[in-house]
Structures are given as C-alpha cells and as structure tokens.
Design a protein. Structure first.
Length: 230
C-alpha cells in the first residue's frame, strides 16, 4: 500500500501539536481506563525552569498536593506550565485519578480559592518555641501547617504537614504527611509521605491563641512565639 507523504506529514504535525500542547508529556491514563475525581489541596508550590525555555512562559511550577480516597491519604504532584494552572499553598484543585492506582493523577480544574484573596488573608505566620536541647517550629500558611521538632545539634526529630482550622481561638492541627529523607547521589532529597499506618501517625496537641498573638500548646502549656509574617 502506497503511503501519501502529505497525509503522513499532516498526521505527524497534528500529533506533534497535541503533544506540545500537553507540555511534551505522555497521557496519564490508558484508553478506556476507569477513573474517578477527588478534591485535593496544594501544600507545596515551587517555580522551576521550563522544559523548553522561551516556549510557553518563563517558568513552570511543580505542585505537590494531598487528597483522600476511601479515608486513605495520598500525595501526588503535577507540573504546571501555564500561569492559569499555577497554585498557591492552600489552593484547591479537582484531580482525576486511576481507580486501579490512585497515585496516577491528572488535575482537571484549578480553584485558586486562596491565591485569589487579598495577600493579608493568607500571610505565612511562623511560631517558635526554644527548648533546652533544641527548638520546635510551627508555620501556618493559609489552611496548611508544617510542624518541625528539632533536637540537639539541629537534628530533625519530627516533621509533619497537614490542614488546620481555628475554632474560637483554638487552633486544631490534623497531620496528614510525614517527611522521609532519601539520598540521591551526594544530595539529600526530602520526600513527603502520606500517613496511613499507625506507626506513621503523628499526634499533635491543640493550641490556644493568646491576646499577644502567640500560641500556647494546651497539653504542655508551652509558648510558641510569633516570629514573623510574610
């Protein structure tokens, strides 16, 4: 059978255009694969050099997000290459996932429920408690928190991220992620891991906000001083 070179060239151009439109990434799902949708929340967002500098904008963005399916916590990420897809910490997104492998995801909608607000509504607040053999830090960023406990000589004992809410001057923390260090070559890569097993779970006290703007840990009565906002 003789192949028309013009038809072949047109088909190649069409496939290349679709591939370029999707940032040179292969499809996430197989044809006819069973999928579902779930609401997720972004907990990390970092600008990175685009795969093809000069095409499609100055930067891409790597976004890590958390979601739950059947009470199981999952962590995934995506690469945003259009400014309309860029997320701030705490923003929500609608995610399509594979029913057979829920960690395979493809965001389909970006809500910008945090980043669309005035900046003072989602300022990052940092609190610090200094102890005799180290210190403990708590960062609040929109509806996301990160709690870090350091021992002597700067050794990290605990680091966790999750969601928080304020109820009548009481801050309630819900840990969802812990962090695990992985060595890649000469570098240490910090990986966020979902907390699902009992041995992974971290239990934190609630905090009371006092009139000076500091936090009091209810279980221990320790003071976490407000150290900065940005």
């Amino acid at each position: 059978m003789k192949i028309n070179p013009w038809a072949f060239g047109g088909l190649f151009l069409l496939v290349s255009s679709i591939w370029m439109y999707h940032n040179f990434e292969l499809p996430t799902f197989y044809p006819f694969e069973k999928t579902g949708t779930v609401k997720a929340v972004a907990f990390q967002a970092k600008l990175v050099v685009p795969r093809l500098p000069g095409i499609g904008g100055e930067h891409d963005q790597i976004v890590h997000f958390i979601y739950k399916i059947d009470n199981i916590v999952y962590v995934s990420k995506h690469r945003a290459y259009r400014s309309g897809q860029f997320q701030a910490i705490g923003d929500s997104l609608l995610v399509r996932y594979s029913v057979n492998n829920p960690q395979r995801t493809d965001p389909t909608r970006y809500y910008h429920n945090v980043s669309s607000k005035p900046r003072y509504d989602y300022l990052k607040k940092s609190f610090l408690h200094t102890k005799s053999n180290g210190y403990t830090a708590l960062d609040l960023h929109a509806n996301i928190f990160t709690y870090e406990d350091y021992g002597a000589y700067g050794k990290l004992l605990t680091k966790t991220t999750g969601t928080h809410k304020m109820q009548d001057s009481t801050l309630v923390l819900t840990p969802l992620i812990y962090y695990k260090n992985r060595k890649v070559g000469d570098s240490i890569i910090e990986e966020p891991k979902p907390m699902n097993e009992d041995f992974e779970k971290i239990y934190l006290s609630t905090f009371k906000l006092n009139p000076s703007g500091n936090l009091i840990e209810i279980n221990s009565n320790l003071t976490f001083n407000l150290t900065g906002q940005k």
